[in-house]
Design a protein around this ligand. Structure first.
Ligand SMILES: C[S@@+](CC[C@H](N)C(=O)[O-])C[C@H]1O[C@@H](n2cnc3c(N)ncnc32)[C@H](O)[C@@H]1O
Length: 358
């Protein structure tokens, strides 16, 4: 992928979908956090900030975050809202700061820190200087490739109630598949275990690397993760990885993901799925093929309560809890699973239907 050299560039459909999702998520994150963390304040970080807008007129992520931070449901709280924007290109950072001033995007409650530097070296000291540690933070790591050192993710993971959203251009991730860039891989994964990828068949490499990265996020202090891949009409791929300490965070991010059905032409994938089945994100009558397969795989290991299937869907798949009922109903209608009856809906147990012998 050729990287843009101008100050502003055109926003591709992935980025538009990612921005729709980020706006939806931050609309929930800022009011929830601001209402409970007045004593410490909260911090939004854009470690690869960009210029704040695109040539097609779309807002960049720092502006999306500022708009969410200054919305009425947030500004009513006493909580300090630290907004940290790091950008290595001075001309892009100048554009962003000019835009914030011109459009009066900050308020008396927002404490703005803008830094012209590489985030790899500057992020941790900048957060120290901003007094961010000890209060929750949302760290948007939206670089061109996959260059976020594990040490940064690990430090954020040690901080209370913090979250990371890492953007990965899938084609950059594949440079690790054949150990082409061992130094970068060791830095991103924070260990050498990922090098086991070299011995795997081609079709398993991506799902291994993604699963391994999720496991490393869990090691870093993010027990809950959500990952999905967006694929546009030209076949370009963008992988998003979200890490949080809260299952509510996963729920909100998933709702945000499923809200991007308004952005046309995007298909989604679970990058851990070796079959790479893609589906549209539509709230009305969604394609549940992948979830049905995931439920069948789980039931292969033994029966599960409906409640357990819903928790599994929330925390281990790209689907929402509400998708489980229709998926199980479809499987039962096809005679592939059976459900026990129970007094409460949640007490229902689901198991594989016995195989017909004749
Ligand atoms: C994909 S764009 C980010 C766009 C922005 N987050 C948004 O959604 O509107 C990546 C930006 O990071 C900047 N950048 C690249 N490497 C960087 C680094 N190591 N540290 C900080 N900024 C960097 C680039 O100049 C570019 O503006």
């Amino acid at each position: 992928m050729a990287l843009p050299s101008e100050v502003l560039w055109n926003r591709d459909p992935h980025t538009e979908a990612k921005h729709a999702m980020l706006a939806e998520y931050l609309k929930a994150w800022f009011p929830i956090m601001a209402s409970s963390w007045a004593s410490t304040g909260i911090t939004y970080v854009d470690a690869f900030a960009g210029p704040g807008e695109y040539t097609d007129g779309g807002w960049g992520s720092p502006v999306i975050a500022l708009r969410a931070a200054t919305a009425p449901g947030v500004s009513g709280h006493e909580t300090e809202l630290r907004m940290v924007f790091i950008e290595e290109r001075a001309d892009r950072l100048d554009h962003l700061t000019g835009l914030i001033e011109r459009c009066q995007l900050s308020s008396h409650r927002t404490k703005l820190t803008t830094v012209n530097a590489r985030c790899q070296e500057s992020l941790l000291p900048v957060l120290e200087a901003a007094g961010a540690w000890g209060g929750p933070m949302f760290v948007n790591l939206d670089g061109w490739g996959v260059d976020t050192p594990y040490a940064i993710v690990e430090r954020v993971g040690k901080n209370r109630s913090s979250e990371v959203l890492v953007t990965v251009q899938t084609q950059w991730f594949t440079r690790f598949a054949s150990l082409d860039d061992v130094t970068a891989g060791d830095l991103v994964f924070g260990s050498t275990d990922w090098r086991a990828v070299a011995d795997l068949p081609t079709e398993s490499k991506k799902s291994f690397l993604v699963s391994h990265y999720l496991a490393r996020l869990a090691d870093a202090g993010f027990p809950h993760t959500l990952t999905f891949e967006m694929v546009d009409e030209g076949g370009h791929e963008l992988l998003l990885v979200f890490g949080t300490t809260s299952s509510l965070g996963v729920d909100k991010m998933k709702n945000a993901m499923w809200s991007v059905d308004k952005v046309n032409g995007q298909r989604f994938r679970d990058p851990r799925d070796v079959n790479q089945l893609s589906f549209e994100v539509v709230n009305n009558n969604p394609d549940l093929t992948l979830l049905r397969r995931q439920i069948m795989d789980l039931l292969d290991g033994g029966e599960r309560s409906l409640a357990a299937l819903k928790d599994h869907a929330l925390l281990q798949t790209v689907f929402k809890k509400t998708h489980v009922d229709p998926a199980v109903r479809q499987l039962a209608d096809e005679g592939r699973v059976e459900r026990t009856s129970a007094k409460s809906h949640e007490g229902v147990v689901v198991r594989l239907a016995p195989v017909a012998l004749f």
